[in-house]
Design a protein around this ligand. Sequence first.
Ligand code: M5T
Ligand code: MG
Length: 576
Amino acid sequence: MSQLRSHRGRIILASVCSVMNKFWDLAPPVLIGMAVDVVALREESFLGDLGWANPREQFYILVSLTVVVWILESLFEYFYAVLWRNLAQAAQHELRMSAYTHIQDLEMRWFSQQTTGGLMAIMNDDVNQLERFLDQGATDLLQVATTVIVVGAIMFMIAPEVAILAVIPVPIIVIGSFIFQRRIGEKYTRVREEVADLNSLLNNNLSGITTIKSFTAEEREVARVKEASVTYLEANKSAIRLSASFVPLIRMAILFAFTANMLVGGWMALDGKLSIGAYSVIVFITQRLLWPLTRLGQTFDLYQRAMASTTRVLDLLDTDIGIVEGDRTIDSVKGDIEFRDVAFAYPSREPVYTGLTLKIKSGETLGIVGSTGAGKTTLMNLLMRLNDPLSGKVMLDGIDVSELKLDCLRGSIALVSQNTTLFPGSVKDNILYGRPDATDEEVMNSAEVAEAMDFIHNLPDGWDTEVGEDGHRLSGGQRQRLAIARAVLKDAPILVLDEATSNVDNETEAALQRSIEKLSLNRTTIIIAHRLSTVRNATRIAVLDAGEISEMGSHSELVKSSGLYSRLWKVQTGAA
Ligand code: M5T
Ligand code: MG
C-alpha cells in the first residue's frame, strides 16, 4: 500500500478532523444536561458553582457554548469530508494507474490467460471499492472509536456505576463484528469473482454483436448473460443475508445497555445519588453511543469489500513481469535476424516448434508461408519478444534479443499484425500512431505508399474522419491499409507484414506490392501470407511445416521442387 503511505500527512490530518468533528458532535448532550442542571438547581448548578450565580445569565453562557460547538463541529465536518474524499479519489486514481501501467508491461503469455472483462473489473470496480471505503468507512471507524472513548470518559466522570453497564456490550459488539467481518469477507470475494465473469461475458458480447446478430443468437446470449447475472445475484444474496442480520443483532446488544442505564440511572436519580442533569446527560449520551455502533456492521462491510478488492489489485501488481528487458542497444540496426534452434510452446499446449532455425539476411525480403496454425505469427512474436522461446535464441544483428532494451528491439521493427487494432480517433491520428512527431507530408507519403489516399479522400471528413472503436466504421481492407500506412510511417529497419493485404482486392494488392517492393529496398522485410501471389516476388520464401522450415528458396525454385509449396501453388492457380 505504498500509495497510501505517500499520503500519510493527509491521512493524519483527515483523521484529526474526523475525530474533532465527532468530539464536538458529542457535546450537545452535555449541554442539554447542563441546561437541565440550571433549571433544576438554579444558583447551585454546575455553572453556578463555577461563579455565574444568576440562572438567566447561565443560559447566555450555554447558548454561546452551543454556538461555538456547532460551528466547530460544522467546520471539522467540512474539512474531513473534503480531505477524505479527495484522498479517496487520489488513491483510486493512483491505484488504477499503477494497475494499468503494470498490466501493460506484462507479457502476452499472461494476457492469453486473462479476460478483458476481468481486467476491466479490476481497474474499475475493484479500484472503486477502495475509494468507497476511504470516502466513508475510514471516518466511520475513527468516529466510532472516538465516540466510545469520549462517551465512556464522560459516563465514568459522571456516574461510574452506570458507566460500567453501558460499556459491557461494547467488547461483545466489537468481537462480534470481527467474526462477522471475517465471514462476510469470504462472501464478498465470491461476489467479486462473479462480477469479473459477468463483465468479461458482457464485454465479449458487445464487441461480438455482429456475430450474435448474424447467427440470430440473441436469445441464446440473453440466456447466457442471465445465467452469469443470476450467479452474481445469488452470490450477492448470500452476502446480503449475512450482512443484513448484523445491524439488528447489534441493536439488541445496545438495547441492553440503554435500558440498563435508564433503569439503574433512574433509580439512582430517584434516590438522590445522581443529579437530574447528570441523569439526562447519561440517557442522551447512551443514544449517541447506540447510533454509531449500529453502523459498525456497515463499516466493516465496506472495509471487507475494499480489502477483497484491494487484494485483487495488489495480487495483480505482484504478478512478475516475465519479459525482463536487457540493457544493450544497437546504434544503427542492420536487420540481420536469426532464429537458432528455437523451441516454443504456449502454456499447456503442444510445442509449436522444437528446434527451428532460420536466418534472415539484412536487407532481404523473406516470404513465410505455411498452413494455418503452423506458427508463423508466433515466430514474429518471438522476434519482438512478445513471448520468449523455451530454449534456443532469437538474435538481432548477432545479439540475443533478450539482451536488448525493448525500446531498441521493438523500435526497430514496424509490424502490420494479423489482428490490427485501430484506436478511436481520426484517420490521421491512427497513421500518426506510427511516429507521433511525423510531419503532415510524411503522413501523406505513408498513406500514398499504403494505397490509402483515394479512400481517405472519399471519406466524409477526409483525414479527420473518426474511425470508431477499433476502426469499426471502416471496411476491413481500409483498416488494413491504415495499419500499413502506420507501419510505413514508423520507418523502421525491419518491416513485418503478417497477412497485411489479405483483405484488399487483387488490384489494390498488386499496387501495394509495388510500393512495398520499393520500401523493402533498404530494409529487412518479412511477408507472411496465405495468398502465394503476395510472396512470390520475395528474395526467398520459407515454408513452415510441422514446426520446421521444410522448404526454402525463391518462388521459381520452390515451384519446381515437388514440395508443399508447389502443391499449394497448383491449388491456388487452379492447376491442380
Ligand atoms: C501457432 C497456438 C495456435 C496454433 C499455434 C496466439 C496463440 C496461439 N496458440 C496458442 O496455443 N495460444 C496462443 O495464445 O499456437 O499459432 P500462430 O503462430 O498464430 O499460427 P499462424 O500464424 O501460423 O496461423 P495463421 O492462421 O495466422 O496462418 O496452433 O493454436
Ligand atoms: Mg498468424
